[in-house]
Write a protein that binds this ligand. Structure first.
Ligand code: SAH
Length: 369
């Protein structure tokens, strides 16, 4: 570890935190605004280059703090324009961040943890086990680096128009760091994204949903994947702790605010598991009680899984039933498959502390391919 690592990383603060930091230094809190503008509007991370801050203060600041970003270890570009980066941190861990360009928007999919502890049966991130939470700077740093790598504004148009916390990890299990980073995504001194353009996706951590509602205005996505508890518990074990009825209550509460919030339910379609017409009918009944949209995601296979993707006919039939039931439903186009950048395919480099990945490898070796 270098001496540098002892310095505070200014990207670990949101605006309020940075103001408090300057106040504690005996400086004026408006210095926070200056620093944020340099970092996010000018793309400047060298404190010494922040020329509207006096030389003496710059010197003092450099002794205490720095702007430290993750490192891009690898960049892969898909034939469909999707870009995937492997972003590395201290200690040999790395996560994946994905950019998905579409005709009218560009979505950045950001990771919140190194690995994931939730163990959803159909997600490859879970098979990697869990190493640790990302810090706020490591989360906002993914957005900063992606924006730089893409050339943030091209012809006056932003390449990244939306950010979704749908990469590796469960964001609500890393609440403070995720909220701090997301508040910089929203803040005009940061990236300045509108609330509906910044989405937090959760596997259904009910207390976290209530807490988020009180803390920050962002769009919410909930990974549902099944309309009944038995099946949902099989796919998302967290459902044992927070069953569907409780989850729906939290979602209704989230949208019942005065300002218009929305919930998007994500439903990964797995062949013969949750794609029966009966499931679609039950889903209609369930989601009628919450103002929401439904996002159907064709299952993306990964090494070691026995699940398969539903057929195109099954997916079309499922969508037709839910739409006849008056739900707004879209089928997510699979993107970046050729570079393993699709939903549930992100693995990064996880120094697994749960030893789960080792157990799975052992099981695979014992049962054969
Ligand atoms: N932990 C959060 C954030 C991850 S989001 C959450 O669960 O919402 C990743 C999205 O992709 C989730 O909706 C997840 O359920 C879905 N997903 C995971 N594995 C998948 C796979 N193999 N194929 C398709 N979608 C998958």
């Amino acid at each position: 570890m270098s001496a540098d690592d002892k310095r505070v990383n200014l990207l670990d603060f949101d605006e309020a935190g940075l103001r408090a930091f300057f106040t504690a230094m005996g400086e004026k809190p408006f210095r926070a605004q200056q620093v944020l503008k340099w970092v996010f509007h000018q793309g400047e991370t060298d404190i010494n280059a922040m020329t509207d801050i006096g030389v003496a203060l710059r010197g003092k600041l450099q002794e205490l703090a720095e702007v430290r970003l993750p490192v891009i270890i690898d960049e892969q570009r898909s034939t469909d324009g999707t870009v995937k980066w492997l972003m590395g941190f201290n200690g040999g861990n790395a996560v994946e961040t994905v950019y998905i360009p579409e005709p009218k928007r560009g979505t950045l999919c950001v990771s919140s943890q190194i690995g994931c502890a939730l163990n959803c049966s159909f997600c490859s991130t879970g098979t990697q086990g869990f190493a640790r939470n990302l810090t706020a700077s490591e989360i906002i740093g993914q957005v900063w680096l992606a924006a730089q790598a893409l050339g943030h504004e091209r012809n006056g148009r932003r390449r990244i128009t939306n950010v979704v916390m749908m990469g590796m990890g469960e964001p609500l299990l890393n609440f403070d760091a995720v909220v701090s980073a997301m508040s910089l995504m929203r803040n005009d001194l940061g990236f300045g994204f509108a609330a509906r353009r910044v989405t937090l996706s959760t596997a259904g951590l009910v207390p976290g949903i209530y807490r988020l509602r009180e803390t920050l205005d962002v769009a919410l996505a909930v990974s549902l994947h099944a309309p009944v508890d038995d099946l949902r518990t099989e796919l998302v074990p967290l459902n044992r702790k927070y069953p569907i009825a409780e989850l729906m209550r939290a979602c209704r509460d989230y949208v019942s605010e005065k300002h218009k919030r929305s919930v998007t339910f994500e439903y990964t379609l797995i062949d013969g598991v949750n794609d029966h017409p009966e499931h679609a009918h039950k889903l209609v009944k369930l989601l009628r009680t919450v103002p929401s949209k439904l996002n159907l995601i064709p299952f993306n296979p990964f090494p070691g899984t026995s699940y398969r993707c539903s057929s195109a006919e099954r997916i079309a039939e499922f969508q037709e039933i839910v739409m006849r039931g008056k739900l707004i439903a879209t089928v997510r186009k699979t993107r970046g498959e050729d570079i393993d950048a699709a939903c549930g395919q992100l693995v990064g480099k996880v120094q697994d502390r749960t030893k789960r990945s080792a157990r799975i490898k052992l099981q695979m070796a014992e049962t054969g391919p």
